[in-house]
Every structure is written in structure tokens, then in C-alpha cells.
Ligand binder design. Structure first.
Ligand SMILES: Cc1ncc(CN)c(N)n1
Length: 224
């Protein structure tokens, strides 16, 4: 069994919760309150600013030019393709550049991004890849599942989001990351694999928390 197959088994209970979460269900049937989606888009934009730094770190930590180049491609596609989706949605929602710039991360956004950056800065390349993989893998799975719902990818508001995350381009990058983690973990000792599994499951849990945060528009419990 490859390491990613082992992770795939372990992540099932959390992914089931993702897929049945009212935010994700609402994206699929079009019933999601646009105000919740607006909140999500702003938080996700802030999230991606921090997340993209992990690709720069991946390039720094890689041992060969080919891997460095693919991390550079991931950095470019996140900043200039994925985040341009967010900028388009911002325009649709009348969110100004100023509002995006002044937006503050929620506690969940902060905790999730800081955790990944901590692991990415202090760990090995395998640690970094274990931390970033759930982000790509889970969105690709959700995108593909929602794309199968008749009419979902043509929805006026949420269709574009579904098309982006179910796309072959997005899937290829997720698959590359899965393969890289399998290559990096081949023949590694049990304790190392357990540590990587823990990191992977932590960010998998953070993915679930992000959906829940968006659905509840969860900010700090006090404005002070
Ligand atoms: C929270 C989150 N997780 C994953 C993705 C997909 N890159 C995202 N945009 N935002």
C-alpha cells in the first residue's frame, strides 16, 4: 500500500463530513446563502496569500530542479489563476480592493495558515507536502463530486467555482503532490510516517473547520 493510499483510508470520516456539510451541499444545489459565500471568498483570499508562500518554501526545500519548477508553477497558478477567480467574485460582490486589503483573518484562517507555515518552515520537504496536500486533494474531490450534479457547474454564482476545482489542470497539480508525497515517503521508518500522517490529518481537519467557519461566518467572539 502506498502512503497516499493509507492516508486515503484514514481521511474518509473527515471527508464524509466535508461532503455533507451544508456549505458544500449548498454550493452543489445552489441554495447557499450568497452572503456566506462572500464571507468565504474573502477569508479564502487571505488563506491563499499565506498558502502560496508554502509553494515558495517547497521550491526552496526541493532537492532537484524539476521539483523546484513544479512548486514555482504551483505558486504561479495559485497567485494568478486560483486567486483571479476570487478577484472576479470580489468584483461580482462589489468587494473593493480596499476591502480585500483591509480584511482580517478569522481565528480559523489564522490557525490553519499559521500551522502550515510552522510545519513548512521547521520541517522537511515531506512535512511540508503532508501539510499542503489536503487543501488541493479535498477541493479537487469536492469539485468533481459537485460537477456531477446536473446543472451545478452552470449555476450563475457557484458554477465558476465548481468548474475551477473540478478542472483537469487543478487535478493534475493535486495528483503531482500525491505522487511527490509517495516518493518522499518510500522506505521511511514507521515513526516518520506516523508524524507525517498526523500533520496530514491535522490539515484535513482544518479543511473541515474552514467550511464550518464560512457557513457560520465565524469571527472573533468579541469586536474589541
Ligand atoms: C481553505 C482552502 N482549502 C483549499 C483550497 C484549494 N486551493 C482553498 N482555496 N481554500
Amino acid at each position: 500500500m502506498t502512503f497516499s493510499e493509507r492516508l486515503y483510508e484514514k481521511l474518509q470520516p473527515i471527508w464524509r463530513k466535508n461532503h455533507s456539510h451544508p456549505f458544500v451541499q449548498g454550493l452543489g444545489d445552489g441554495s447557499l446563502d450568497p452572503d456566506k459565500f462572500r464571507f468565504f471568498m474573502i477569508q479564502d483570499y487571505l488563506y491563499l496569500i499565506e498558502y502560496s508562500k508554502l509553494f515558495a518554501l517547497g521550491s526552496f526545500k526541493a532537492d532537484d530542479v524539476e521539483t523546484m519548477g513544479i512548486f514555482a508553477k504551483l505558486l504561479d497558478s495559485t497567485l494568478n489563476e486560483e486567486m483571479s477567480l476570487h478577484r472576479q467574485y470580489a468584483a461580482k460582490f462589489g468587494i473593493t480592493e480596499q476591502e480585500l486589503e483591509n480584511a482580517k483573518p478569522s481565528p480559523t484562517t489564522l490557525a490553519y495558515t499559521h500551522y502550515m507555515l510552522h510545519v513548512g518552515q521547521n520541517g522537511t520537504l515531506a512535512h511540508l507536502v503532508a501539510a499542503i496536500l489536503p487543501c488541493m486533494w479535498s477541493y479537487w474531490e469536492i469539485g468533481k463530486e459537485l460537477d456531477e450534479i446536473p446543472g451545478a457547474s452552470d449555476h450563475d454564482l457557484y458554477g465558476e467555482w465548481i468548474r475551477m476545482y473540478s478542472s483537469d489542470d487543478f487535478g493534475e497539480l493535486a495528483q503531482w503532490c500525491i505522487q511527490l508525497l509517495d516518493d518522499l515517503t518510500e522506505g521511511k521508518p514507521v515513526e516518520e510516517l506516523e508524524k507525517l500522517e498526523e500533520i496530514f490529518l491535522n490539515t484535513t481537519r482544518f479543511e473541515y473547520m474552514f467550511w464550518d467557519m464560512a457557513y457560520n461566518k465565524g469571527m472573533w467572539p468579541t469586536d474589541d
